[in-house]
Each structure stands twice: as C-alpha cells, then as structure tokens.
Design a protein around this ligand. Structure first.
Ligand code: CU
Length: 294
C-alpha cells in the first residue's frame, strides 16, 4: 500500500473544487451562514433498501455509525461550500482512526492494515453522488482527502468518522445491474458500452496492479482538458470543470458501481491516485479518457 493521500487531496481539490479564493474567503464566514440555515442534514442506513445516506459539509460528515455487511449504496450529498468526498478505508488488526492518522503523518507506504475500500467520489458543492460497494464486516473509517481551502486535508479538520460494518444477520443485498462497464488499469480506462445522454449504472472493476479511482468531470462549455491542466497548475478563477462523482480509490480486484446522468457536453474520466513508482498522478501517466455526449 502506498501513500497517495496527500497528493490525491491536492490534485483532486485543485482540479475539481468549485471553490476559488472567493470560496475560501466565504468559508471563513460559513459558521455564521450555517447558524441560520435549514435543519441539520439527516444521515441514515436503511437495512431493507441497503442505502446509506451521508451528508458532507465544511468540515464534518453526518453519517450512520454502523451498517451491515453486503452490497450497500452510499448516497453522498455535498452540502458544501467546498468539494468533499468519502474515501472508505478498512482498518484491520484492531487499528483505529487515530492509528491511521498517525501512520499518514509518516513518510513511506501506508501499513498493510489500511485497505482502500472505495466510496462515493466528489460531487461539486450542492450536488450528489453515489457508490454501491460490497463491504465485508470490519472497522472502517471515512475520510475526506480534499485540501481546499488552505492546503490542509479536510480529514485533519474533522472529516474523519468511523463506520462499523457488522456481519449481516439478514439480507446482504444484491449486486446492481449495469449498462456500462469500466475497467481500471495501469494506466487506462477501458469502457465497454456507450456513455450516451441519459442515466447509467456503471460497473467499475480495478484490474490493477495498483489502486485506482474514477472521477467523472464535465468540462465547462468551450473549455478543454488543456484548460483544466493549466488551471490545476495555477488555480485562479472559476474551475473549467464540474465534479460528478465516481468511485474513490479501491484495491485491485474490487468491483463497485455508481450511477450518473449525462447531458450533452464534454467529459473526462480521471484517476488522481499517485503512482507507486514515481508519485505522479495516474492521469499524468495517461489515465485520462475524454468523451463527448451529444
Ligand atoms: Cu471535505
């Protein structure tokens, strides 16, 4: 296991956050705004539908404390104002979130007891994403690795929360059906099926050998990947793309599902996971797939 967390955070945030310096400034006054805002978000887990609802905001998760093992759909609502996601990490060997935090402060690979288990990838503020995962029983932690504003990962500001997955007494859910399959490999997205306009259920398989993620972005009208890359180098002004979710980093051999609703426009699939060998984001190794929806 490698140590991709910081870089994922930097790149994901730089590339996808709908926040600029303006947003960062706004964040300072967020507690005031939130004081008069609508009732608190409601997290839940319904063992019948096997849907877990998670709300993310600056800087906390509202989420169920426990779910049962099996296929579960994680529905993430980003209440903003910044970009957030849910990276699930399974903690084996009795390790805790505190142990993980300590391990992440040290250089070098993450210990083998910390297993990347996916999660709903980042939707732009005010939007939603989902991920359907088949989780084994165990102790997990939910993290937000986004580090805007200020370059400090959100998990260090409170976006870290334990999730207990208990052995299922009843239903372990059903594996979703899909109309599009995307295989993740070093370093490409192999799409089977058609990413046309409309709703899709997408099956994601990590064919390895490294961990990978998938994030769907929609380019703003008239913007190109070159604009996005330039903006990533120097994030000034509004981002030239919006974030539409996907599946957070998963181990090789993992199958997960997400849904998306595509409208005409220019899109890209991206993997920001830093490479095991040189630390560069996988997208710099070519793990970018652009497509057009007409
Ligand atoms: Cu966050």
């Amino acid at each position: 296991m490698y140590r991709p967390l910081g870089l994922i955070a930097v790149l994901t945030a730089a590339a996808l956050c709908a926040c600029s310096q303006k947003e960062a400034a706004k964040t300072d006054s967020a507690p005031v705004a939130q004081a008069g805002a609508a009732p608190a978000s409601q997290a839940s887990f319904d063992p019948t539908t096997r849907v877990a609802v998670i709300h993310a905001k600056d800087f906390s998760f509202d989420a169920p404390d426990s779910i049962t093992a099996g296929w579960t759909t994680f529905h993430l609502l980003n209440d903003g104002p910044n970009l957030h996601h849910v990276q699930l990490v399974r903690l084996d060997s009795g390790k805790t979130a505190q142990d993980l935090g300590d391990a992440m402060k040290k250089p070098g690979p993450l210990p083998g007891w910390a297993l990347f288990a996916g999660g709903p990838n980042a939707p732009s503020p005010g939007t939603e994403s989902d991920a359907t995962l088949n989780l084994a029983a165990g102790n997990y932690v939910m993290l937000c690795l986004v580090d805007i504003p200020g370059g400090v990962p959100h998990f260090t500001k409170g976006m870290v929360r334990p999730l207990k997955v208990t052995a299922a007494a009843g239903s372990t859910g059903t594996e979703p059906t899909s109309d599009v399959a995307i295989s993740l490999a070093d370093y490409k997205f192999d799409v089977q099926g058609t990413l046309g306009a409309g709703k899709h259920s997408i099956k994601v398989q990590n064919a390895g050998p490294q961990i990978h993620e998938i994030e769907v972005i929609r380019l703003a009208p008239g913007k190109t990947m070159k604009d996005l890359q330039a903006w990533m180098q120097k994030p000034e002004g509004p981002p030239p793309a919006t974030a539409m979710g996907g599946i957070d980093a998963v181990l090789p051999g993992t199958t997960a599902y997400f849904t998306t609703d595509l409208t005409p426009g220019d899109y890209a699939l991206l993997c920001f996971v830093p490479d095991a060998k040189d630390g560069k984001a996988h997208l710099e190794h070519g793990m970018v797939k652009q497509f057009k929806v007409s």
